[in-house]
Design a protein around this ligand. Structure first.
Ligand SMILES: [Zn+2]
Length: 1007
């Protein structure tokens, strides 16, 4: 037979586009449209419903950037449409280019009840089926003229649209057609049939019979369509397709569990307040779709987004609650937000699950067993243990498919963390968290699935996120046709928990991946928006102190424990760990508000700390030193207070021969040359030099930094090819007991204070940068005379190792990575840590001297960047950083990391020492939280972990606080562990054995 395949395919394409799709709405009637625009921020719904509107015609520009307009839409269903299905098609001025990222609306009835959202590819509102004719329609639309920051055709260009004050007033949209229309369901179904078959056909092998079978059926269907009367002939065309659509899937077909989904970033190219409305629109849409489509199931993550509905949109919340109770609107993830997981500290990562799971339990009685993080930029190796300790056991993410260098070898596997905890993990092979049920996506998922032969199932999160409105009726219609269709994977709507249960059952011994799930992309999110990073780190440290001192004051003095305040502040900090806020990838508006919020929280937390410490200190004029760190410091016990023994000083600098200064406290001798660089750091106790021969530490290095795309997110490997050392010194002198160094470069200045404290082998480096560079990357380098094949970076509840070499592409790709409070490199018995108070990004490289094969390791902290998208002014201004060079073992790195983030506090009072509530007799076992139980029973909750990476035996005592005969091991939610009995105490002391990096939560009853 002659090969006319491409002819038929091209015919299908044109006839669908030009004749059949337009016939879905064969008749239309105009609606009367009026508009009122707010001056500024959104108004309450009641105000919008009664606002004084004026007429607006199709084709009229409307909507200043970030404005809100209320449309009033009225009309009458023509009498001659009686018996037909009628809907309104409301085009606010949508561009078909993207499903979201532009204007959106929420349709209300006159009584203020929401109907559904309006989005570029979801702009209908059903009037009736069938209608009687003559019905009056009357709706209000709360329309947001959010500007399109994706910049069509030229992405990642600097734009002033990301901040209200700089966005201007120019209308962003032109009102499109606002009409009533007859909906021809038969034609719409013909469109769905032809799209599903056309898309499937394109995935099938050209030499396979099934492709040709479908092609011939499509040809017959197109023959059956009278192009002058599509509506009258659509049924006949469908009949021609019924046979090929009825052919069942083959037994070995891949099985896809589809779940309705809308990935809504809690802030990103819009401010937080707009996310509240995006969630309301999408949730309205999805509850409406659930009512219309009995097979459909929708999942939504992020307890915060549910909480926004509860607080701001009670009518939508009521609909969601009903659908949740029916098991069709499924809360997933059990986290407060879909957070970053690289940067949040131990407790914060734990609290993401505590607050998320607790919200779902309290509101819905639902316990999520899966972490749901489709879009997060890499996964820290501490996470598996945290997920398990929260009472969950599974993880879903898709993001690792974005890695640019290596293809991850599994889609379903066990992920093992630093302590040995393993969780069942699935990466949807559809490679999208916005699946549209397109044939190419379904075909890709089936082909891409790496567990073929040992497993058969994958998950497909299906729907438009970020203002696209979620799953569409078209996606549901396509899924129905793919339920069993020869040549395609099998698709079925299914809650994620059911997918996971089936996936686990069919694949009991999955492969194991050990260590972090590193995303080979978006590495600059560890550095961009430095003030947001600092705000997060500072908030985490202050929360630790606030809980510790408030609990101590409550137990010791009966002071009220600030449950409400801590709960609210925690949730705010957790919200800002969302994967576009803490990573620094949001618009200027978001980061300005984040800075303001962190400043407010710091004030509140300082207030809580002061109140508690004053209650503990009592009245008087004697000075007490409070130590909030987990290690004894200058004679003050961890978590306690002692009379001040005088200020801890620092050694005075003395002039250095040849220029510069020497700082020597008898433990560490630091030489700073006339360029202000550290050319020697000699550890007297072991007789070792820390700085690599011929090198200089505390070296600022400036690189060009213009990634190929994703400016705030990415730093590309070529940034290292060029750069310069900032060695010119503007001034060098002594400032008290510190050496002061000033440098000028570009438009910027940097001032550093270097000091060595009395009695501690540590070089403190305070850096202040007035940063006015564009598209540059500033690093602080420490070449160290240590030969290390791997280095340790602190992560949640421990540290993770990475190689210092680049033997493989996997190692090469980790050229920028995340640390918490320290990076440590060592040879057996001795090493050097670089600790910090607010930086996360770093790189570690090795250098071999050709003369003697001596190998040194260079640690560089990433200080600042200056990307121009999406915030064109990213990081401009003054920044402060504290770093320290600490010779010693891993335990010294752990201790000094805490110290750098938890400065001592001096409080005047009666002068009586405050004994700690909790003591631990072993430095390797670190207390990460001391608090009163969230259930307000007054029980004391203590979380601790093994921090050195070895086995530890520790006595944990509350004897100094109260008598107790048992401690109860709990999960993160402070619930007794099912598989662990209460531990008997001797004299209120528990003896524990901890595995390397094991975290333990203990509850001490106080009755
Ligand atoms: Zn996202």
């Amino acid at each position: 037979m002659h090969d006319d395949r491409t002819l038929v395919e091209a015919r299908l394409d044109r006839v669908l586009r030009e004749r059949i799709r337009p016939a879905v709405h064969p008749m239309t009637a105009p609606l009367d449209v009026e508009i009122w625009s707010t001056q500024g921020e959104p108004v309450p719904v009641a105000e919008g419903l009664t606002a004084p509107t004026g007429p607006i015609a199709e084709g009229t520009p409307w909507g200043s950037p970030w404005g809100t307009s209320w449309f009033k839409v009225t009309g009458t269903v023509p009498a001659e449409w009686a018996g037909r299905t009628v809907e309104a098609v409301l085009d606010l001025g949508f561009s078909p280019r993207t499903p979201g990222f532009q204007c959106e609306g929420l349709v209300y009835r006159p009584d203020g009840t929401p109907v559904k959202g309006l989005h570029p590819r979801n702009s209908y509102v059903r009037v009736g089926s069938p209608v009687a004719g003559g019905e009056q329609v009357h709706w209000h639309i709360e329309a947001a003229s959010n500007p399109d920051l994706t910049a069509d055709g030229a992405p990642f260009q600097p734009t002033r649209l990301g901040e209200r004050d700089t966005a201007g007033e120019a209308p962003q949209y032109v009102l499109g057609a606002m009409r009533l229309a007859v909906f021809d369901e038969t034609v719409w179904n013909l469109v769905m049939d032809l799209e599903v078959l056309g898309e499937l056909m394109a995935e099938l092998p050209v030499d396979g019979a099934r492709r040709w079978e479908i092609l011939r059926a499509v040809g017959r269907a197109l023959d059956a369509v009278d192009l002058q009367d599509v509506n009258g002939t659509a049924r006949a065309a469908r009949d021609e397709l019924a046979g090929v659509l009825a052919a069942p899937a083959v037994p070995a077909a891949h099985r896809i569990s589809a779940i309705g989904h809308a990935h809504i970033d809690s802030a990103w190219l819009w401010p937080l307040r707009e996310t509240v409305r995006k969630v309301a629109r999408t949730a309205s849409n999805m509850t409406a779709l659930l009512e219309a489509e009995p097979e459909f199931v929708f999942a939504m993550s992020q307890a915060q987004q549910f909480a926004w509905l509860k607080e701001h949109r009670p009518e939508v919340w009521a609909r969601v609650r009903k659908a949740v109770a029916e098991g069709r609107f499924v809360p997933v993830g059990g986290m407060w937000v879909e957070s970053d997981t690289n940067m949040p500290g131990s407790e914060a990562m734990a609290r993401q699950f505590v607050h998320g799971k607790r919200f779902f339990l309290e509101e819905f009685g639902i316990e999520s067993e899966e972490a749901w993080l489709p879009d997060t930029f890499g996964f820290a190796a501490g996470l598996p243990q945290i997920i398990k300790a929260a009472g969950a056991r599974r993880l879903l993410t898709q993001k690792i498919s974005w890695s640019r260098t290596n293809s991850f070898p599994h889609h379903t596997f066990l992920w093992e963390g630093i302590d040995g905890s393993r969780i069942f993990t699935h990466f949807p092979p559809v490679d999208s968290y916005n699946c549209e049920m397109l044939g190419r996506q379904i075909g890709h998922a089936a082909r891409n699935f790496k567990e073929k032969g040992v497993a058969t199932r994958s998950l497909a999160p299906t729907g438009y996120g970020d203002g696209g409105g979620g799953t569409t009726r078209e996606m549901v219609a396509k899924a129905a046709r793919l339920r069993s269709l020869e040549g395609s994977a099998v698709v079925e709507w299914e809650p994620p928990a059911e997918f996971f249960a089936k996936a686990e059952a069919e694949y009991p011994n999955p492969s194991v991946w050990v260590g972090e799930l590193y995303l080979e992309l978006h590495r600059a999110t560890l550095t961009s928006q430095a003030q947001t990073k600092r705000g997060n780190r500072r908030s985490e440290s202050l929360l630790r102190e606030a809980e510790l001192w408030a609990a101590t004051a409550a137990v010791r003095t009966g002071s009220p424990y600030p449950y409400e305040e801590l709960d609210r502040i925690w949730k705010t900090v957790l919200l800002h760990q969302f994967h576009d806020i803490l990573p620094g990838s949001s618009i200027a508006w978001v980061h300005r508000e984040a800075r303001e919020t962190y400043a407010r929280l710091a004030g509140e937390l300082e207030g809580l700390i002061t109140t508690a410490q004053q209650a503990l200190a009592g009245e008087g004029s004697a000075e007490l030193v409070f130590n909030g760190a987990p290690h004894t410091r200058a004679g003050v016990p961890a978590g306690g207070a002692a009379p001040a023994a005088g200020a801890v000083g620092a050694v005075p600098p003395v002039p250095r021969e040849g220029g510069g200064y020497v700082l020597d406290n008898g433990l560490l001798r630091v030489e700073i040359d006339d360029r202000g660089l550290v050319v020697s750091a000699y550890d007297h106790t072991v007789g070792r030099e820390a700085v690599a021969p011929g090198s200089a530490a505390n070296l600022l290095q400036l690189h060009p930094d213009f990634p190929n795309q994703w400016d705030a997110w990415d730093v590309d490997a070529f940034y290292r090819n060029t750069g310069r050392d900032l060695v010119d010194v503007a001034s060098l002198g002594v400032d008290g007991t510190a050496v002061r160094i000033e440098r000028v470069f570009g438009e910027s200045t940097v001032t550093q204070l270097l000091s060595v404290p009395d009695g501690v082998p540590r070089l403190d480096i305070d850096t202040e940068v007035d940063w006015h560079e564009r598209e540059r990357f500033l690093k602080l380098a420490f070449p160290l005379d240590v030969k290390a094949d791997r280095y340790a970076s602190e992560t949640q509840f421990g540290h993770a190792f990475r190689p210092t070499h680049q033997n493989t592409s996997w190692e090469w790709a980790k050229f920028e990575a995340c640390n918490h409070r320290f990076v440590h490199v060592d040879e057996p018995g001795w090493g050097v840590a670089i600790v910090n108070d607010a930086t996360y990004g770093h790189d570690v490289t090795r250098t071999v001297r050709t003369a003697d094969a001596g190998t040194t390791t260079t640690v560089r902290a990433s200080l600042l960047r200056a990307p121009r998208y999406p915030d064109p002014e990213t990081d401009q201004g003054v920044h402060r950083f504290r770093h320290a060079l600490v010779p010693g073992a891993i335990g010294d790195a752990v201790r000094e990391g805490y110290r750098a983030n938890l400065p001592e506090r001096r409080v005047t009072g009666a002068g009586r020492p405050v004994a700690p509530l909790v003591t631990v007799d072993q430095d390797a076992v670190v207390v990460s939280a001391v608090k009163l139980a969230d259930d307000r029973s007054g029980d004391l909750v203590v979380r601790l972990y093994e921090a050195h990476g070895g086995r530890a035996f520790a006595a944990v005592s509350v004897a100094g606080a109260f008598a107790v005969d048992r401690a109860v091991p709990t999960d993160l939610l402070e619930r007794p562990l099912a598989d662990a009995d209460p531990v008997a105490t001797e004299e209120s002391t528990v003896h524990l054995q901890l595995r390397p990096f094991q975290l333990v939560t203990l509850r001490f009853p106080r009755v």
